[in-house]
Ligand binder design. Structure first.
Ligand code: TYM
Length: 342
């Protein structure tokens, strides 16, 4: 990770979050969880959060929210995020996120929020009926990151615009108050799987909200389901190209090659060198075997961990205490800068 100039004064620190609002899928794993696990480099503090307060910007059944928060925590651990090395917790247990978010609500401008593509997509034509939280969501996300003075945020491609807004909020706060207090966060969007696409349509992102379960591989899918979904994945009739350039204009083929590369820790060039020229009848079973080999142990471990919710709650409570130790003094200093009497 490169340290950018404006942040030279800040200790490198990684933060990222995932919403506990549905099943974890292959996009979350390759775009986020696997990279979080790989990034736990000694010496750099990593903080990972189940963003339950983001989840309720759209209605969540309380029992489902509790179960999904625990399942997501199990997903982090099963993917290799070590709760001793990293700080693993749920957002609502560290009130400093909401407290800083309020200040950022007063820094961010309405126009910035209304421009967010996620707001436009999720609120759709019915903006008057969307929650105020859904509009304010990016200010809470900025608070998640900046309450730790995090310098690096690993995410998938779809979060890029929110991270740009986080930078805008930090810059405006620093300017408004004449300080150099918040770092200008670097998005870390790297690797071959920063945008895993739907298995049914290579031009659409793999997403938990897609009505078709065949469009995504869930981390809880068993080996048969994974193999079936890959066998049925939409493709074109041509064999795999012999060169990487040959994947252009072939979104479905490119998606499967990218997934293979990310799962196998290979570059796209290496996958093409090995599999170029193959028919999908040959490539798909190879991909299915690889996916089952990598994902089945994660799904088994998730089941084992979720069987003991008390243990998961202990991890989250301890993580929250550690998170608060970092967040509380940063919030306190923010209040002082803003002029709150303490
Ligand atoms: P969320 O919960 O939608 O997704 C969690 C992570 O998974 C990535 N991701 C994907 N990556 C590749 N291909 C896909 N098809 C795919 N789908 C999802 C996302 O990019 C993300 O990294 N707003 C965030 C949560 C959040 C957050 C934060 C993230 C709240 N506060 C602070 C970073 C820092 C979200 O809704 O992610």
């Amino acid at each position: 990770m490169s340290e950018s100039q404006p942040n030279a004064a800040f200790t490198p620190r990684v933060f990222s979050g995932i919403q506990p609002s549905g099943n974890l899928h292959l996009g979350n794993y390759l775009g986020a969880l696997k990279r979080f696990a790989d990034s736990q480099t000694a010496g750099i503090q990593s903080i990972f959060c189940m963003v339950d307060m983001h989840a309720i910007t759209v209605w969540q059944d309380p029992e489902d929210l509790r179960r999904q928060t625990r399942e997501l925590t199990a997903g982090f651990i099963a993917s290799g995020v070590d709760p001793e090395k990293s700080i693993l917790f749920n957002q609502s247990q560290v009130a400093e996120h909401a407290q800083l978010a309020w200040i950022f609500n007063c820094v961010a401008r309405m126009g910035w929020m209304q421009r967010m593509t996620q707001w436009k997509d999720k609120a759709g034509k019915n903006q008057q009926n969307a929650s105020l939280g859904l509009l304010a969501y990016p200010a809470l996300m900025a608070a998640d990151i900046l309450v730790y003075h995090a310098t690096h945020v690993p995410v998938g491609e779809d979060q890029k615009q929110h991270l740009e807004l986080t930078r805008d909020i930090a810059i405006k706060f620093n300017n408004d108050f004449g300080v150099d207090f918040f770092p200008i966060t670097e998005p870390v969007i790297e690797g071959t799987a920063t945008r895993v696409m739907s298995l049914r349509d290579g031009t659409k992102k793999m997403s938990k909200s897609d009505p078709s379960d065949m469009s995504r591989i869930n981390l809880t899918d068993d080996a048969d389901a994974i193999a079936l979904k890959i066998r049925k994945a939409r493709t074109d009739p041509e064999p795999l190209p012999e060169t990487v350039e040959g994947l252009e204009e072939r979104p479905e083929a490119r998606n499967l090659v990218n997934i293979y590369a990310a799962l196998a820790d290979l570059s796209v060039e290496q996958v093409i060198a090995e599999h170029g020229g193959q028919q999908f009848g040959t490539f798909k079973p190879a991909l299915a075997d690889l996916a089952v080999a990598k994902l089945a142990p994660i799904s088994t471990e998730m089941k084992r961990l979720t069987a003991d919710p008390a243990q998961i709650d202990t991890v989250l409570r301890r993580g929250s205490e550690r998170a608060r130790e970092i967040a509380a003094p940063i919030l306190e200093k923010t209040y002082e800068i803003v002029g709150m009497v303490r």
